[in-house]
Structures are given as C-alpha cells and as structure tokens.
Design a protein around this ligand. Structure first.
Ligand SMILES: *[C@@H]1O[C@H](CO)[C@@H](O)[C@H](O)[C@H]1NC(C)=O
Length: 215
C-alpha cells in the first residue's frame, strides 16, 4: 500500500517536472503582450483582448536580411519581442539569409527546439549530441528540405550552394533565446579569465587574447 503511494508520488513528481520544463499551456485564446506594461513575470502581461487586431498576429518576413558581415548571414527574428500576439503561445519564427559560403555560427537555443525549412539554395546543417557521445549529426539540405535541431543542442548552418540561400525556422518558444558559442565564451561582457580559456581550449594566451579581441 505504502509502496504504491510512493510510486504514485514519484510518477506525479516526474510528470509535473516534465510539464514545467516547457512553456505552460495558454489559459485563454490568446494573450497579446501589452508592450506598455512594465510588470515583470514569466512571459508578458496581456492587453485587453477586445483590442486585438490582425497586426498582432501578422509578422512580415519578406525583406532580405543584410548579409554584409563577418559571417555572411543574417537572422531576422519574429519572437514575442517583435510580435506581441505570440505571448503564451510557445512558438516563434525566424528568417535566415545566407550569402554564398555564409554561416550561421554554432549556437544553441536554451528554450526551444527548432525546425528549419530551406526556401532557396543548399545548406550544410548539423548539431552535436551532448557529452559523452558528442556526435555530429549533419546533412546537406536542398530547397524544400526540413531539418530539426533538438532543444539545447549546439547547431549550425552553412550555405554550400552557388547563390544566396534562404531558410525559415520555427521554434517551440515565444522567446527561444540564443547563445552563440564563440560570443559567449570569448566575447562575454567582462572577459572570462584567460587561464580558464587557455586550459579549456588547450591553447596559448596569445590565441585567447586574439579571440577575445575578435569577439
Ligand atoms: C548592409 O550592411 C553593411 C555593413 O553594415 C552596410 O555598409 C550596408 O550599407 C548595408 N546594406 C544595406 C542595403 O542596408
């Protein structure tokens, strides 16, 4: 009897922790972020639903991103910061433009799985599984192909075609977050001490200094 009780308790705790690891289900049709409110909570305050307009649910991603930068790609995000209607819905979208040989550098989304569709061009994409396996799972994608980057895993894309490439990615959070590995490690505001990075990457101080200057 007692054993059953503890089994049930364990099961309950397990399912609760599972559901808490993701964005909660909405408790109403929608909850358009009130961009005027300064109240701070897990998500955004809803504006009066009677004031809902099509524009709250209507992002535009027709503009080509400017890829004239060091990596040759541009991510145009549409998350709750750009589109208030996404608040509490657990979803968002980005457009990614790539110049020839442009890359979307290795990064991770702490709060979302990503599903990418190639609209134009050819992309080499991949992600790396977590320790201790750290296995690269990669693929060359053509127009119309779709690829999934599981939540939290480090992933990247590179344009390996002849012209520009375009992708659309959907993400399972209104606010997926992004951690670009090189920027986080070598470009943090207040640098990580060189000794930490030298030993972590097994390189000399001049290399760490150089990377810290770049990022
Ligand atoms: C694209 O970005 C570059 C570098 O920031 C800038 O010089 C250029 O004017 C931009 N092009 C357009 C069309 O905005």
């Amino acid at each position: 009897m007692m054993a059953n009780f503890f089994l049930l308790l364990g099961l309950l705790a397990f399912t609760c922790s599972l559901s808490l690891a993701f964005e909660p289900s909405p408790l109403q049709d929608f909850c358009i972020a009130d961009t005027m409110s300064s109240a701070s909570l897990n998500g955004r305050v809803c504006k009066d639903p009677k004031l809902a307009q099509a524009e709250d649910f209507f992002p535009r991603l027709h503009l080509v991103g400017n890829t004239s930068n060091s990596v040759g790609s541009k991510v145009t995000p549409v998350n709750v910061a750009q589109l208030p209607g996404l608040n509490t819905l657990g979803i968002s979208i980005v457009r990614i433009d790539y110049a020839p040989w442009g890359i979307n550098a290795p990064h991770t989304h702490p709060r979302a799985t990503e599903i990418l569709t190639v609209l134009e061009g050819t992309l080499y994409v991949g992600f790396v599984t977590s320790n201790p396996e750290t296995r690269l799972i990669s693929k060359i994608l053509q127009k119309g192909d779709v690829f999934v980057f599981p939540i939290g895993l480090v992933h990247f894309q590179r344009n390996v075609g002849y012209g520009n490439a375009i992708a659309i990615s959907s993400l399972s959070s209104q606010n997926p977050g992004v951690i670009t590995i090189a920027n986080a490690v070598f470009g943090s505001n207040q640098h990580i001490a060189s000794e930490v990075l030298m030993k972590s990457f097994q390189v000399e101080k001049n290399i760490v200094d150089r990377l810290q200057t770049i990022f």
